[in-house]
Design a protein around this ligand. Sequence first.
Ligand code: ADP
Ligand code: ADP
Ligand code: ZN
Ligand code: ZN
Length: 753
Amino acid sequence: MHSDHILITGARQNNLKDISLRIPKEQIVVFTGVSGSGKSSVVFDTVAVESQRQLNETFPWFIRNRLTKYERPDAEAIENLATAVVVDQKPIGGNSRSTVGTMTDIHSVLRVLFSRCGTPSAGEATAYSFNDPKGMCPECDGLGRVVRLDLDKFLDRDKSLNDGALRFPPFARGTVPWQWVAESGLFDPDKPLREFTGEEMDLLLYGKGFRVKRLNRTGEMGHNAYEGLADRFDRLWIKRDAGSVSARNRELARQVVTERTCPLCDGARLGQAPLASRIDGRSIADYCRMEVSDLIEVLSGLDDPLARPIAGAAVTRLRRLEEIGLGYLSLDRETGTVSGGEGQRLKVVRHLGSSLTGMTYIFDEPSVGMHPRDVGRLNDLLKQLRDKGNTVLVVEHDPDVIEIADHIVDMGPGAGRHGGEVVFEGTPARLRRAGTLTGAALRRTRAVKDDVRAPSGRLTVAGADAHNLKNVTVDFPTGVLTSVTGVAGSGKSTLVSRGLVAAHPEAIVVDQSAIGASRRSSPATYLGVMDPIRRLFAQANGVDAGWFSFNSKGACPACDGNGVIFTDLAFMDPVTTTCEACGGSRYRPETLEYRLRGRTIVDVLRLTAEEAAEFFTEDNIAARLRTLNEVGLTYLTLGQPLSTLSGGERQRIKLATRLHRTGAVYVLDEPTTGLHMADVETLVALMDRLVDAGNTVIVIEHNLDVVRRSDWIIDLGPGGGKDGGEIVFTGTPAELLADRASVTAEFLRADVS
Ligand code: ADP
Ligand code: ADP
Ligand code: ZN
Ligand code: ZN
């Protein structure tokens, strides 16, 4: 038995070509290769899935039945696995009760500190929890914000009740709530609200405590208790349990409300007793509002002997946040507002706190969103995990992370069906001499661009002061490629989204946010080729195009065209299993009897974009598919659910549908996410073409390969959070090389030398 290796034999998951691998345990193993080469297929879809599946098998059947079912990965054997912990970039979740403090468990340490040492003590530690009824602010239930009906949105005061003064659709003319007031006899339904007396307005919105006559649905006259419209809205739309309001109705209600900081706790989320409890004049809410780096100083300065050990425990954890470059965050920051990269680093911190050993940690491009300065700190954390006796598997493109690998597995040679093989295994030194795309990219020369373009004009952002920005005024040149750089938290996204895009809303923002699409969306639907493809099938077979839609007649009746069966469980995530009737193809069997040039619709949806562009000579289809070429996504299959795309892939597929303009301003947020060094070349070439076609391209980027090939650089800093928010440098890459103040310059110099 080779218990010192994870052994994979005959893996064929996704594009893997029957590969066998020995992955050394208790080492840092980095998986490299171009996007789509198969790195995730090995690490996530084979190793992580099998490890989770084997873990589930150890539970008794009645628990196992309630766990997410994992299908056995397509491999002959996978041996010597340990429990896998996947640390990915999936959003941590939008629950507004989850903050940096709660998810890292630092908040609970502070609660213990205040319950023991705060004066006056509010009680035990739960009395300081905004997620516990004992501690939460009664006005906002611990959310720090309250939602209130906004009368300016709710009412059109120029109109009368009869001609549409009530703007909220569920209260519109003819609805029951409208009848309540318009037919109550209390108001003149033809008088514009503007002419209502103060008393009438009060009655309309808040009146209660008397009965009014009303014609019931049965046609009888009844006497009902009157309720003002604002109170009714509060009762039915705000105070109600959110789960019982449908998404559509919530959306409607959102249009007539505003969200404000809670007036009682001023956003602190806590009740008055915990807020009154202080240590050296500060409340627990004051602690949570501070940046992590400042909080470390305050806690380290406490000299009460009772407080010191507890404060020390908090400081140990806070230091981990600082070490990983997140010292600019505050503990009260909602986890729903952190970026994917920040979220991943928060997850790392949580795991470092645990004393588990013998685990397999799996990271998905942990350097995302990190300035080169912080990558060194990330490397230290990965080494710490390894030295505790864990196996650390990392999918990564960053040369500085590749450098610390004990062992590298380079996948390739290309993407999709051109990939799926192990093209190199060994040390970083040997990889630099290897004849693979990764080896070649590591050897490339790294000169800065000297023939920069001249701008055609400028877009000015004046006096920007959102978040940490310090009254920033800066020009973005047009007609060129500009990189906005700076350490994480320095204010890049804020400057671009709150400053530039807000002032110049015509900008085309291509970000990594979810594509607001259903489970049924795929590259084919997103690029608009699904309809023409269905029509071709219909023509060729002389039947209705609906047969080729799994949203319509073609849908497998057993799964309604989902391809999977969802089993809802009372207290857990639903269980998903492949539909047996259609084998996951989503189509009814009859549909698969129709063919186009020898292929069924299911065969076609399994083609990669590259293969499909050859199969469809029709211009309206082929041309659209070829746009995926330009963004390096030809390896996607037409039918792959968009929900399986990574953030970087989502951003690039969005970009593909927005190409071929002129005079536009493109704004891209870290477009190199998920890209191999060779793919970065393709992306820079695409951005160059966009600029040459008369557009302006502005990217937020850390990737030095993009920075040194830009025409203009705007560098923010000097640090993150309150230590950032200023423009440190603007100029060309050659000028940046000579700059002595910017941290980015320092790393660019190291890179080109
Ligand atoms: P990498 O991690 O190197 O970018 P992946 O392992 O994600 O590459 O992808 C390898 C190939 O497998 C690609 O052609 C990709 O489109 C395909 N693939 C990945 N995930 C899925 C999936 N869930 N369903 C179908 N094909 C997939
Ligand atoms: P960068 O893009 O350079 O990483 P950001 O613009 O995201 O920096 O952040 C700048 C500062 O603004 C940081 O201190 C960050 O914590 C803060 N910040 C960013 N987004 C939010 C938000 N949604 N709520 C509160 N603070 C935020
Ligand atoms: Zn409150
Ligand atoms: Zn089915």
